[in-house]
Design a protein around this ligand. Structure first.
Ligand SMILES: *Cc1c(COP(=O)(O)O)cnc(C)c1O
Length: 380
């Protein structure tokens, strides 16, 4: 793609940081990991961070550390990345999909309330596309029912809710560092929490079940190898050192898109003002008007791709995946999820996207909508 959907932002300092690790003999479980953990935890406003092989690993081990397992239900959105639901199935627990708010694309206390049963143990609030979930009412609801609130902040490093940072508000939060995320370690993730015991259990689980009091050949728990190497952690630490600049740059890119697209009548733009908050601009996802069918949307994507512009659908609802069809509880109305998923379109979004590229993407999108939707002169 001439203008890709996403692109990592690696600078010379990042490269030097990685190379400096390669000049040592410590490639795993070393000082870079500890520094990276401290950096992300401090930034999020909590005392503990546990670096992991992926964001998915963070969800898996966090659920394990809470003792969630067979017979337990976990409430989550269906309009999300499949990894969230997979982590629930890894524990043999049951995912229960709740409706999203059509404006923020996030769960709300109201939609969660309708999905609570006697078996519910936890709620995974996903800060979708970096837009902070209205968490206080969900936490109040969870407290009233004795449930844990988990934050999937994989798309939301630096997002703020009522002056506090996403990831640090629930029982634990999870970040992901895949190359399309706000900062990257190549592959990687981190669990952050205020709960020391939970952090220690997750630390043990990531390292073949070794507790800190165990020797290298003692394994008190059934663990995994979910460690993150020093090489990845050095890259993450270097990226964290310019997190403020990265977020500001992304905010500016989003504002530039808004200037170009705000007057297009048949597009709904992402939410810019949230409940006392700040969005971490992860992607720029727009929604087409109702008269555009899913086929129209896919033809618009094809039109853009044919012109060298990376463009994608985002997401396919999880309950539409064959593996999850049996979990689509008829009591939970997922119409907003289905309708939203069929009309969303992700546009190129990354730190170094230029104003000229954004202008070209927006012009091509208008052309595509005109061609596919056949409503000339409404966009001029
Ligand atoms: C990226 C992402 C994850 C985790 O992804 P990994 O590839 O496992 O790091 C989890 N949840 C959401 C919502 C994500 O966007």
């Amino acid at each position: 793609m001439r203008i890709p959907l996403s692109a990592p932002d690696i600078d010379e300092a990042d490269i030097a940081a990685v190379v400096s690790v390669l000049r040592t003999s410590r490639l795993s479980i070393g000082p870079r990991m500890e520094e990276f953990e401290a950096s992300v935890a401090h930034y999020t406003g909590v005392p503990y961070g546990v670096a992991l092989a992926s964001g998915t690993a963070g969800l898996h081990l966090g659920l394990a550390a809470l003792g969630i397992g067979e017979g337990d239900e976990v409430i989550l959105p269906s309009f999300t990345f499949i990894a969230v639901a997979n982590a629930v199935l890894y524990r043999r627990a049951t995912p229960v999909f709740a409706q999203i708010d059509p404006r923020t694309l996030n769960l709300t206390a109201q939609t969660v309330a309708g999905a609570i049963t006697r078996r519910t143990r936890a709620i995974i609030a996903v800060h979708t596309f970096g837009c902070p979930v209205d968490l206080d009412p969900i936490i109040d609801l969870a407290t009233a029912h004795g449930l844990k609130v988990i934050e999937d902040a994989c798309e939301a490093l630096g997002a703020e809710y009522r002056g506090r940072r996403a990831g640090g508000l629930g029982e634990f939060g999870v970040f992901g560092f895949y190359p399309n995320k706000p900062i990257t370690t190549g592959e990687g993730g981190m669990l952050v929490t205020r709960n020391r015991e939970l952090a220690e259990t997750v630390r043990a689980l990531r390292n073949q079940g070794r507790r800190s009091s165990d020797g290298w050949l003692d394994h008190s728990l059934l663990g995994y190898n979910y460690r993150l190497s020093e090489i990845n952690c050095a890259l993450g630490l270097s990226q964290m050192s310019r997190i403020d600049a990265i977020l500001a740059q992304r905010e500016e890119r989003a504002a530039c898109y808004r200037e170009h697209l705000r007057t297009v009548p048949e597009l709904t733009l992402p939410v810019f003002e949230t409940e006392g908050g700040r969005t971490c601009w992860f992607v720029f996802v727009v929604r087409l008007a109702e008269r555009f069918t899913v086929q129209d949307r896919d033809r618009i994507i094809d039109y853009m791709i044919a012109r060298g512009i990376g463009c994608g659908r985002y997401f396919a609802p999880v309950h539409r995946q064959p593996l999850y069809a049996s979990y689509a509880d008829p009591k939970c109305d997922l119409r907003v999820t289905d309708e939203t998923a069929s009309r969303t379109l992700a546009l190129p979004f990354f730190n170094r996207l230029t104003d000229a590229e954004i202008a070209e993407v927006c012009l091509t999108l208008r052309e595509a909508m005109e061609t596919v939707g056949q409503v000339p002169d409404r966009f001029t």
